[in-house]
Design a protein around this ligand. Structure first.
Ligand code: SAM
Length: 328
């Protein structure tokens, strides 16, 4: 954590100022130490240069494991396709230069989108509930306009009305209550600020999605064992995956492969090696999370209306239900 970034943080419990208690530092960087609330005296450790506002281990542990193993897979520089950049630009539709603004990135994972937020020159406050923050930190540690913290979407260590922009991609469905998470983010947005968020869709076909039959068991399996099984499953099914791609139309092959629990990202233009990596990662991502709450598009739109947004644009997009709005 850069020392100069302390001004962006408050105590998540009482929203008062934090002070730095004990520190080990390297130039401007605090590598370890403790933040203390100047009002309620709560303390928060800084571990591996990252302030931790939640227990290191929590319901999102599977994501911590996933993103630390697959720390680079979905970064465009590694996958050699620009799918993360394209999604960031198309989902946010923000201007290219946001210097002087504050962006909150909710649920950063391994930080595949973080680069595009920092490229706008805005100050980016990025957080995740899991230890995935370490994977993101490894990629982005030298950026002066980025602060990464481990925090909970329901108790962020930021002042209310602080952000000009917020984005939250691939996260809401994995929290205990998507609407409450969106509500909590809304509190951090300034009036006139813009949000872009998404949530898995609830469709008439949702219950035919194989993952929802397997999840009641798989989410209870120890993560290491489940990850091992995902790898074996993809390995064994790979010849069938390839055969499907040969004999069926791209659309049908895609549907069959997903039903067989082999995530198929052929349309992204990945090499075979990368396709396999993504398949293992995404299979684990489907089967391990504690929460997976899809929502109807109409309900998602209603949330934006109820939470006080104007210029609402809710539609089907990259992750299912995709929404943008401006806080009234
Ligand atoms: C599917 S990943 C998406 C990560 C990243 N946005 C991406 O698209 O690559 C979902 C992320 O949401 C995070 N998450 C789940 N519950 C959260 C919470 N209560 N607060 C903050 N992050 C949370 C998980 O730890 C995980 O990294």
């Amino acid at each position: 954590m850069n020392k100069n970034h302390l001004k962006y943080l408050v105590c998540p419990k009482c929203h008062n100022k934090l002070i730095i208690n004990q520190i080990n530092e390297l130039a401007e960087e605090i590598t370890s130490g403790e933040l203390q609330c100047s009002f309620c005296n709560s303390t928060y450790p800084i571990i591996n240069s990252i302030p931790r506002f939640v227990p290191m281990s929590n319901y999102a542990d599977s994501f911590g494991m996933q993103w630390n193993i697959h720390h680079s897979d979905q970064h465009d520089s590694h996958s050699k396709v620009n799918s993360s950049q394209e999604r960031f630009e198309n989902e946010t539709k923000w201007e290219k230069n946001l210097k002087g603004e504050i962006i909150i990135e909710a649920g950063c994972g391994a930080g595949r989108f973080t680069q595009f937020a920092t490229d706008t020159e805005a100050m980016v406050l990025s957080f995740d509930y899991s230890n995935a923050v370490e994977a993101s930190y490894k990629h982005h540690k030298n950026k002066e306009n980025l602060l990464i913290v481990q925090a909970d979407i329901y108790n962020m260590p930021f002042k209310n009305d602080i952000a000009d922009k917020i984005y939250c991609f691939g996260v809401l469905q994995h929290t205990p209550d998507s609407r409450e998470s969106l509500k909590s983010l809304t509190k951090k947005l300034k009036s006139g600020g813009k949000i872009a968020a998404d949530n898995y869709p609830f469709l008439s076909t949702t219950w035919f999605h194989t993952k929802y039959w397997v999840r009641p068991i798989s989410k209870r399996v120890p993560h290491k064992l489940l990850y091992w099984w995902c790898k074996q499953h993809v390995k064994v099914m790979w010849p069938i995956f390839k055969m499907n791609r040969k004999i069926f139309s791209p659309k049908r092959a895609n549907r069959i492969n997903w039903r067989l629990l082999v995530p198929d990202y052929t349309s992204a233009g990945l090499s075979e090696e990368r396709l396999k990596e993504w398949a293992v990662m995404d299979l684990f991502d489907m089967l391990s999370p504690a929460f997976d709450n899809p929502v109807r598009l109409s309900t998602f739109k209603k949330w934006f209306e109820e939470l006080g947004y104007k210029e609402i644009d809710v539609h089907m997009g990259y992750n299912g239900c995709e929404g943008r709005g401006v806080k009234i």
